[in-house]
Design a protein around this ligand. Sequence first.
Ligand SMILES: O=P(O)(O)OC[C@H]1O[C@](O)(CO)[C@@H](O)[C@@H]1O
Ligand SMILES: [Mn+2]
Length: 448
Amino acid sequence: METNQAMVPHSLSARFEGSFAYLTVKDRLPTILTKVIDTIHRSKNKFFEEHGEEGVQAEKRAISFLSKLRNELQTDKPILALNDTMQDVEDWNQYMQRQQALLGDSEPISWFKSPWLYVECYMYRRIQEALKLNPPISNFDVFKEGKTQSFFDSQQAIISLCTYLQELIKTVDKISEKQLHENFLKLLQVSLWGNKCDLSISAGQENAQKTSPMETLHDLKCFILVDDSDMVWSTLMSLRGSGDQDKSRARVDVVLDNAGFELVTDLVFADFLITFGLAKEIRFHGKSIPWFVSDVTKHDFDWTIMQVMAANHKWMSMSGAHWKRYMKEGLWSYHDHPFWTLPHEFCDMPLDAPDLYSTLQASDLILFKGDLNYRKLTSDRDWEHTVRFEKALRGFQPAPLCSLRTLKANVQVGLQPGQGENLSVQNPNWMTSGKYAVVQFSSPHQKH
Ligand SMILES: O=P(O)(O)OC[C@H]1O[C@](O)(CO)[C@@H](O)[C@@H]1O
Ligand SMILES: [Mn+2]
């Protein structure tokens, strides 16, 4: 928790004309809304088949709500209070008042004046409102089609990854510590680069993994700007019984990001941690509503495991069968919490979601996947690149944590002096192209 606002740089916002935030709000978000409208429109027959004329009427009302929303966004209208029956309405409306208080009373908060993180989250919540207010189609996931497609488009990469995993598992009784460490790094990096495949940065355009993920790792190494993998490794090793593979005491929490190929890379890494005795329990955290185009919901999570299991490929289906068993036996579990789909910076969690914060405090290692989680960890602010990660976390330190993120938004801390400047010369889009990545670790037990 940070009480001294004056010490914190300003939030990224569309009010800075020409900034990435500005371009996102101006161009990318309306494009995403247009695609959502189109998806609902194309599903008209399905709604008719499932709900009759009532379904068609709901479709029409949702489309008109979303067209109005797009217009509010494009003409920089005030942010409106939410008005559906979901349990988080109060939180959202209070947050709106907080934002208004920060701006002052002279003008209403609006799409281009408010923090980018807030308005971007708000757009996804309003999409949900459009559906919630129209009952027969309330549970329709407007992004499902894209998530499903991205899974199937990555089929070859998934096969090669599952094959690698199953070959590796055969060595479980004889693997040396060195090989274990090497494979840990490899599979961590596969999960890291899996984050390239989100559908929000591409405004819903196809963005699947086409090449074999293991083969490209070596060439990608130089694009990892901060690599704290060894701190993650030692955190896990310190919780491992001496030499006995079954005795890890580590509970690992994975705050998931995208469905499709990225989720498979996360599951493979989690399988590796369990099978090789580096963790005793993995808790996955996903979103309770469709979010940022490709983020994982419970439905996506279960669907993915089922699909992997049902695949017509020996090693792929064996991987899926293992994962189903881990879930059944409770070695793995899936959790969602409304906080993950609120607009709050994570430093707000102790006050605004104390239950979630204390759950995370019981973890031995929290892996935060993806760009949005990084933005929330660092409050999506205009930090100097050399500011320490701990400082940008502003007191958010429930347990040792690590961000695995490819850079898709212009916030990056914890770099060496001059590193950011050099990158800007080489590649002006280094913070938003998804070409670079970080494995950035912080622990409340760390000495500075
Ligand atoms: O799936 P991720 O890695 O959180 O990325 C989400 C994307 O959406 C954005 O918020 C941009 O709209 C970026 O920060 C990022 O490109
Ligand atoms: Mn995402």
